[in-house]
Design a protein around this ligand. Structure first.
Ligand code: 6R9
Length: 637
């Protein structure tokens, strides 16, 4: 296997070309073959049903189970004693689960879920820190055909409540608390607040993690360890044979409106996609130790901490805390200690390590590393070079993977498992087999090479979302209406003369703050919920570490005046309504927002001002140009 030298100049080989051709020209035959890498209880009747476009359905009539493909499949082989999960707590404790251990725990938890009356199709919400119980509950839910919805443990009670209400989750699983930089985040307390605003949750299971005091509601709340006392280690719960298009999970993500969308994925198509994209991009094998630093609360954690590595029978590392806690070399010490061979993180993390300096890296032996990956936001060439030279010592290719919550798995990425093309810092190279990507102009014409346009995906792929939970109209409007017969991801992109794709950032009202996806509208609606606020506009300002940070412009109602106290109140309000990651870096109090004559806020003008750009673009439609002067003087340009 091994990794091809990065410097080597090559053209696309016949093998790569052939694979891409087959996948695009004869997708049904291609995927019919590929899907058999997984274990199915019943083979599909039809590979792709496109009779209800854009509600494409894959492997129709097939029966499968995700937990079976991650566990039972391996427990039947020598891998039963192989380590599946290495977990390191923030305080340094280590837990290891073999495939057999994980199988046992998942079966026990699945039986608990059954005892709580959870059945196929029911939703369960998981509001947990990065502890092994999180993947255990995900797999236990999948085992009995329940649909999990993981809520990032950095989100607030309001955000949790919204997700519970939208998914109508019957059960909530949380922990007493989680550790973050040595402090305890009181998750149960936050969950209790959320439950005051929800109606569907019947029971709460609480994992003891931080040992902080919690309030347990009699008859509703149960400690996991107490429940497990009564469940034998020999418990076996037969995996439910679910339809290929039975939803495996719902994951909420930010879009262009105030409320997050419940993106839901199939079982069969999603697993097939994650299985192959992982293999194509990273080409790991049984000796590898894989570490994806993403929190499982985001799609990257779902697909490449849990489902991808476990389907492949790999060892996947999970780390509970912040990568630079208690010291800037925590990340390097974990790689050294566990002999990590494949490491996958975000450009924000790389820029942070870069700022700490290479001395921290050089304190550690990182010679186990063989392949590196990047995800979540565009990677700037400086960060790429540093990652490549300082972390990878010029020997490890950088797999820059472009994809989204909606796509289920990687879409555009170097393919170490097929053929590694020469890498260009900042480009995710070319689409993986089965992905037909293009760049369109405003009018839906293919954009000439070297010019910026909108990224589009022209054919369905097995990992695509099934839809937006409870809102089929929103699915069509958001993804299938911008250009006819194309999936629209909402990103700007450029294709160069070699056919390489460069992703240039979001084309809509979505921010990537430290690689986390946050909607400007969500922040705006939190701000306007304050009695003092008449109007708010939020934009992303470039940031040297986090990629971008939110900046808010606020117009106050009559009778209110700007003050530091009010500013603080507004910042706290955003934190409480969404979570600390959404807090604006600045709030500017203004008398007027720049608007078009039809009343639309001109966010591009705000953005240009914040960036200190000379030209503010076309101002012919502005309602009142005097707004601009005030903004300029406030922002200090
Ligand atoms: C996986 C994930 C999706 C958005 C996406 C794009 C940005 C992700 C990227 C990238 C440039 C990459 N994005 N990977 N931009 N290069 N390698 O991040 O999912 O949270 O849904 O965000 O992230 O803007 O549209 P999600």
């Amino acid at each position: 296997m091994g990794v091809l030298p990065v410097e080597e100049k090559r053209v696309i080989t016949a093998q790569m070309e052939e694979l891409r051709k087959q996948a695009l020209e004869n997708p049904e035959q291609f995927w019919d073959e590929k899907a058999r890498a997984l274990e199915w209880f019943k083979i599909w009747e039809k590979v792709l049903d496109d009779s209800q476009k854009p509600f494409f359905r894959w492997f129709v009539g097939g029966l499968i189970n995700a937990s079976y493909n991650c566990l039972d499949k391996h427990v039947k082989t020598w891998r039963k004693n192989k380590v599946a999960i290495i977990w390191e707590g923030e305080g340094g404790e280590i837990r290891k689960y073999t495939y057999r251990d994980l199988f046992v725990e998942v079966n026990r938890v699945a039986s608990l879920l059954r005892n709580f009356g959870i059945r196929e199709g029911d939703r369960i919400a998981l509001y947990l820190p990065m502890i092994p119980e999180l993947p255990i509950f995900m797999l236990a839910a999948a085992r009995i055909g329940a649909i999990h919805t993981v809520v990032f443990s950095g989100f607030s009670s309001d955000s949790l409540a919204k997700r519970i209400n939208d998914s109508k989750a019957r059960l909530l699983v949380t922990a007493d608390g989680g550790f973050r930089r040595g402090k305890i985040v009181p998750l149960k307390e936050i969950a209790d607040k959320a439950l005051e605003q929800t109606f569907s949750v019947e029971n709460v299971i609480v994992v003891k993690r931080a040992g902080n005091p919690v309030n347990m509601v009699e008859g509703r709340d149960f400690w996991l360890h107490t429940l497990l006392e009564g469940v034998s280690k020999n418990t076996y719960i037969e995996p439910v044979k679910v339809d290929s298009n039975h939803p495996l999970f719902i994951l909420y993500t930010s879009g262009t409106t105030g409320s997050p969308k419940g993106i839901y994925h199939s079982t069969g198509g999603y697993l097939v996609w994650v299985y192959w994209t992982f293999k194509w991009a990273f080409n790991l094998n049984d000796e590898d130790i894989w570490w994806c630093t993403a929190d499982i609360g985001w799609i990257t954690g779902h697909s490449y901490v849990v489902y991808g590595p476990l389907m492949h029978g790999l060892t996947t590392l999970m780390y509970e805390g912040a990568l630079d806690y208690p010291a800037p070399d925590r990340v390097w010490s974990i790689i050294e200690k566990h002999g990590v061979t494949g490491f996958y993180t975000s450009p924000t993390a790389i820029r942070m390590f870069m700022r700490y300096g290479k001395n921290w890296v050089e304190l550690h032996d990182l010679s186990s590393l063989r392949i590196l990956g990047s995800v979540g936001e565009p990677i700037n060439p400086e960060a790429w070079e540093w990652y490549f030279n300082i972390v990878g010592k010029g020997k490890c290719p950088i797999i820059d993977t472009w994809w989204q919550t909606e796509t289920g798995g990687f879409m555009i990425s170097p393919a170490a498992g097929i053929q590694l093309l020469p890498l260009k810092p900042g480009s995710a190279t070319i689409p993986l087999p089965g992905v037909e990507a293009d760049v369109y102009t405003e009018d839906g014409e293919p954009a000439p090479p070297g010019t910026q346009g909108y990224l589009v995906i022209k054919k369905p792929w097995p990992g695509m979302l099934l839809g937006v939970w409870g809102d089929p109209k929103r699915y069509i409007e958001t993804y299938w209406s911008r250009f006819p017969n194309c999936y629209y991801p909402g990103d700007y992109a450029m294709r160069d003369e070699d056919g390489y794709f460069w992703i240039l950032g979001r084309a809509d009202e979505v921010l990537k703050v430290a690689a986390h996806r946050i909607g400007t509208m969500e922040i705006e609606s939190a701000l306007v919920s304050h009695p003092a606020v008449a109007e708010a506009a939020v934009i992303g300002k470039p940031d040297p570490i986090k990629g971008e940070v939110p900046v808010a412009f606020v117009v106050l109602r009559e009778g209110y005046v700007p003050s530091l106290k009010l500013e603080e109140e507004l910042l706290n309000l955003v934190s409480e309504t969404i979570g600390p990651i959404a807090k604006p870096a600045n709030i500017f109090f203004v008398h007027k927002l720049p608007k078009t004559r039809s009343g639309k806020i001109m966010r591009r003008v705000l953005k240009a001002i914040v960036k200190g750009e000379e030209s503010l673009g076309d101002l012919s439609t502005i309602e009142d140009a005097s707004a601009i002067e005030e903004l300029k003087s406030l922002v200090g340009v």
